[in-house]
Design a protein around this ligand. Sequence first.
Ligand code: TTP
Ligand code: MG
Length: 358
Amino acid sequence: MRRIICHIDMDAFFAAVEEREKPYLKGLPVIVGADPQGGEGRGVVSTANYAARAYGIKSATPISRAWEMSERARKEGKPACAFITPRHGKYGDASREVFVIIGQYSPMIEQVSVDEAYLDFSHHRTFAVAKRAAQKMRTEIRRKTKLTASVGIGPNKLIAKIASDANKPNGLTVVLPRQAEDFLAIQSLAAIPGIGKKAVEKFARRDMKTVADAKALTWEEVVDMFGKWGFGLYERLRAIDDRPLAAEEARKSIGRHHTFDADTLSMEEVFAVLREQGSKIIHDMKRKGFTGFRTVVVTVRFADFDTKTRSLTVAQPLAGERELDTKAVKLALPFFDSRENKERRAIRLIGLRVEKLV
Ligand code: TTP
Ligand code: MG
């Protein structure tokens, strides 16, 4: 059966939730993020609504800079931004409202984050029918949650994702299989998921900005530039993407792993990495709309590539960095002595993961 993939991404999600719950925000530029403290604040913007984006403010803009831009707009006679402290619990609630609706539109869904998912729409058989279903889904979301979503439909995840971004906010974009390669060719390379700042710079050094530019590279050149990752990239540039939707299990866990520059048996070094991983995991967890976890898993790969995991599950969900760190250290300790490492092998890789998210 021909694949039809749908990607949905809520518009200015945190800000939109605040707008629906705080009527006084109507029509104003809204920023959700760290406290600006009159321009002295540290931290960044989580998201900005589209009115605030018109001032040049977006996710990850330093909050002090956002304050400056808002002040400048105010002096020009435009409305100043409303700065709102994030309320992650509310965004989690709103996300669940949205996903209850989405769940009725596809037998297979991969939730990517609090406001984003892939839906398998292949059962609709034609793109025209899939488009009607997507329109209906968007209308139902808007009516029931007062939030808007942008949707993209395409022959694979890559095209669907870029399509959903193509007409934001509140857009619906369909890219047919025969249009996919041309649609992709005109995109900037940064539009391809996985191509970050460094990769963009690498391409720029060869005067390449768009996907079309990069298609001039041979397979060998792409692999030369990016190593193993280049295999997939060469195909992506040609709109080929066979990645399946990730299974239910995968999205129910959040983790990190780290390979040491040199194999190590230093507890100090390993625990420092675990602490950093824990902090990132808690951050991701909140971003994805979860409030806690019940299972912690530590993975260790020794110098000889032998890989072991230890895990623990608690009855009451844990939520904080400190709690995660305590459990992680407890799980990791036996890898340093005879309990799990009789030969005193050095550690090559350490991984930390939380599961049973709530
Ligand atoms: P996004 O979907 O990337 O952004 P968005 O929904 O605010 O805006 P749009 O999709 O219309 O471009 O992220 C979803 C939410 O995740 C966002 O509302 C806030 C949060 N988030 C952060 O906290 N920090 C970030 O750097 C990003 C990108 C998002
Ligand atoms: Mg979004």
